[in-house]
Design a protein around this ligand. Structure first.
Ligand code: FAD
Length: 463
């Protein structure tokens, strides 16, 4: 059976004939899947259940040579390229209709050197898999807050997580990248080798090539405090004002995030999601006022292993439900913003929907905005609406509700957004996501990917 690929949006489909696919299969050590192969149906799916696409080919790469062959094949046959790490792109960039998915998820090697505290990690790892290997030595680097997110997409966009106050964003901890460029050549990006690319890969997303491995700086961390303090929605207004004061200037070791959601019994609630990365007794002292505020419904904040804390939020955003996501970076939590949050949070239309606010501070905020591609270096909150539901018949209603809610929140964010949280229908926000770094990124994109072969992403246009 031949498979087809639209070369460009609206362009004529390109036929990939069986002999050509056989030739690719012969050089790939991993697996090449087509719509007629076992495993294709599972492999085409991604985290967001709203995304239902049918690629012509899925190349499940077992190593760097597979990535090289896949890129050269895609270029030779003018196929639309989708890069997939952990498949968590809410916009669904990890798959496509009619093109080739270069799936790195089988590439899970990690080598940790406990003396230099450096990890070399292949691009298909999730944070859970990465953490398991580094925690053997009591080491970690800033990783995502949900353990099955891929290390690749998260790191390339910046990387917000429980260690960012103390150790910066994930991208701030990358020492070098191995990357397959648009020609299918292997290069290393580091302060010494292709420094312009090294700069762009720390926040510029998947625009410049396919990263096959990362060299991460690790830090000693094993026992931490983690957990949530949950309040009824009736206490939300007072709690968020109190939270605002505590989160105004937190020590680097303290992570205090807030969020709105619904209990399994259907009651709207407001929660503080806490982390402390330092002396446990000192951390307990710092969070005591939060515990003593009002009458919490639940308090699960306690000492845990770092690895256990990395799983605490997994159940809130499971694989599979349908999603629509809106987000922005907010510099100040005003009374008016709290009023909007409490009003909407009291009447969420899906019990699965979450409204998280991640406090961005400390080491992550102290980096100069021009030092890496991630430009938004300030004390702020990453505020999002993660709408989630199960019934496809609800799609229009849920999306409309999210847009309406966002229209009320957007004035507080001033259109500033984290690139990894840009929605699939917001290409006009890519420029603001990169702010003053956009023009430099555009020049680097033009140098390393002049024909925009890697365009299925939050795309930096070449011209
Ligand atoms: C449940 C959930 C929790 C999240 N939590 C956080 C969080 O705590 N902190 C945070 O900062 N972000 C978070 N995010 C956002 C996350 O950073 C992005 O969705 C990110 O793109 C996911 O990376 P991935 O590899 O899993 O995704 P994929 O869908 O596999 O990839 C997304 C895109 O990243 C690029 N990409 C992926 N791998 C490569 C590669 N090897 N080389 C080049 N480009 C590549 C491609 O453009 C690709 O389309 C979360 C997302 C979800 C869905």
């Amino acid at each position: 059976m031949s498979t087809t690929s639209p070369t460009k949006p609206g362009g004529p489909p390109r036929i990939v004939d069986p002999q050509t696919i056989d030739a690719l299969t012969a050089v790939i050590n991993g697996t090449v899947l087509t719509p007629s192969t076992d495993g294709y149906e599972t492999a085409r799916r991604v985290w967001n259940g709203m995304i239902d696409k049918h690629p012509a080919l899925i190349v499940r790469c077992s190593g760097r040579s597979d990535v090289v062959h896949a890129v050269r094949f895609a270029r030779q046959h003018d196929l639309l390229i989708s890069i997939r790490g952990g498949a968590h792109s809410a916009a669904g960039h990890g798959t496509c209709d009619g093109g080739i998915v270069i799936d790195l998820s089988p590439m899970k090697g990690v080598r940790v050197d406990p003396r230099s505290k450096i990890a070399h990690a292949q691009a298909g790892l999730t944070w859970s898999e990465f953490d398991a290997e580094t925690q053997v030595f009591g080491l970690a680097t800033t990783g995502g807050t949900v353990s099955n997110t891929g290390i690749s997409g998260l790191t390339l966009g910046g990387g917000l997580g429980w260690l960012m106050g103390k150790h910066g964003l994930t991208c701030d901890n990358v020492l070098s990248f191995d990357i397959v460029n648009a020609e299918g050549d292997v290069i290393t990006a580091s302060p010494e080798s292709h420094p312009d690319l090294y700069w762009a890969l720390r926040g510029g997303g998947g625009n410049f090539g396919i990263v096959t491995s990362f060299e991460f700086q690790l830090h000693e961390i094993s026992q931490v405090i983690g957990g949530s303090i949950v309040y009824p929605m009736s206490a939300a207004r007072d709690m968020l004002r109190f939270y605002r004061d505590i989160a105004a200037d937190p020590p680097d070791e303290l992570e205090i995030n807030a969020g709105l959601s619904t209990t399994p019994d259907g009651d709207p609630v407001c929660a503080l999601m806490l982390g402390y990365n330092g002396d446990i007794a000192h951390g307990e002292d710092l969070i005591r006022p939060l515990r003593e505020f009002g009458n919490p419904l639940l308090d699960s904040a306690r000492p845990r292993s770092y690895g256990a804390r990395q799983h605490l939020m997994d159940e809130m955003v499971p694989y599979g439900p349908r999603r629509y996501w809106k987000s922005g970076l907010v510099r100040e939590i005003t009374d008016d913003l709290i009023d909007v949050l409490v009003d909407r949070g009291s009447r969420l239309i899906s019990p699965l929907t979450r409204v998280p606010m991640f406090n961005f501070h400390g080491a992550a905020a102290r980096v100069d905005p021009g030092d890496t591609a991630f430009v938004h270096r300030a004390h702020q909150w990453d505020l999002g609406i993660v709408s989630q539901w199960l019934d496809p018949a609800e799609d229009d209603r849920q999306v409309a509700w999210t847009r309406e809610f966002w229209s009320e929140l957007e004035p507080f964010a001033g259109n500033i957004v984290y690139i990894n949280h840009v929605a699939g229908d917001e290409p006009d926000r890519v420029r603001t996501a990169f702010g003053d770094n956009f023009e430099r990124l555009r020049q680097i994109k033009a140098k390393y990917d002049p024909t925009n072969a890697f365009r299925l992403n939050h795309n930096i246009p070449v011209s």
